[in-house]
Ligand binder design. Structure first.
Ligand code: ADP
Length: 204
């Protein structure tokens, strides 16, 4: 049976700036590989053909140059128009999941992480054996993002406003990692790692 040879998938999510990448790196230190779905999806925009398809589907006003998409304008468009969001998702999501499935077949660990900021929004959690939410309050996320990215507070808050609220994320999570400074992140990660390993053993 194919399922026995493929690792289980554990979803990891959280709002921008909460520390997803940092936590994924902590799992990597334990030998757990990660598929970063948002980066894979973002990489498609480097292909002119993909940008042309997006422009044909959602409007040529989204082109920044003949071969590139204005990502900020695209984000504003799909945030304001659910039908446009559904059309964009239909272009991106099946391809990301096909890339994930292909990648998964090359992994040989008991489980892998599937990182996506929109794990729950898109119902991808249904494919996961468990979900992890990385949590941090909004003020601290803004503070860290101002150090990380060339964005203004207004731009950061606009991005946060497009994401699922923290309460809802926490409500849906199987595991939560509190990524406050000084919190023993590595210990939380080790604990969840052990929990996931026994969860997989019990269910197989
Ligand atoms: P995300 O991937 O969720 O957007 P990152 O992992 O990039 O978030 O973290 C956002 C910023 O906060 C980064 O600059 C990172 O180095 C920093 N950061 C992450 N975790 C901590 C922590 N526990 N203490 C202090 N800074 C942190």
């Amino acid at each position: 049976m194919g399922a026995l040879t493929c690792p289980a998938a554990v979803g990891i999510t959280g709002g921008i700036g909460c520390g997803k990448t940092t936590v994924v790196n902590a799992f990597a230190a334990l030998g757990v590989p990660a598929f970063v779905a948002d980066s894979v999806g973002a990489s498609y925009y480097r292909e002119p053909e993909f940008c042309h398809t997006v422009a044909q589907t959602l409007g040529s006003d989204l082109l920044a140059t003949p071969d590139t998409i204005d990502k900020e304008r695209l984000a504003q468009r799909v945030f304001a128009d659910p039908a446009a969001l559904a059309s964009l998702n239909a272009l991106v999501h099946p391809r990301v999941m096909a890339d994930f499935d292909q990648w998964l077949q090359q992994q040989h660990t008991p489980y892998v992480l599937f990182e996506s900021a929109i794990l729950f929004d898109c119902g991808l959690d249904s494919r996961m054996v468990a979900t992890i939410v990385v949590h941090l309050d909004k003020e601290e996320r803004v503070r860290r993002l101002l150090l990380r990215d060339p964005l203004s507070v207004e731009q950061i808050e606009a991005r946060m406003a497009r994401q699922m609220p923290s309460d809802e994320l926490l409500d849906r999570a199987d595991y939560v990692i509190l990524n406050y400074e000084g919190n023993p992140r590595q210990r939380q990660v080790r604990y969840i790692h052990q929990q996931i390993l026994s969860r997989i053993n019990y269910s197989s």
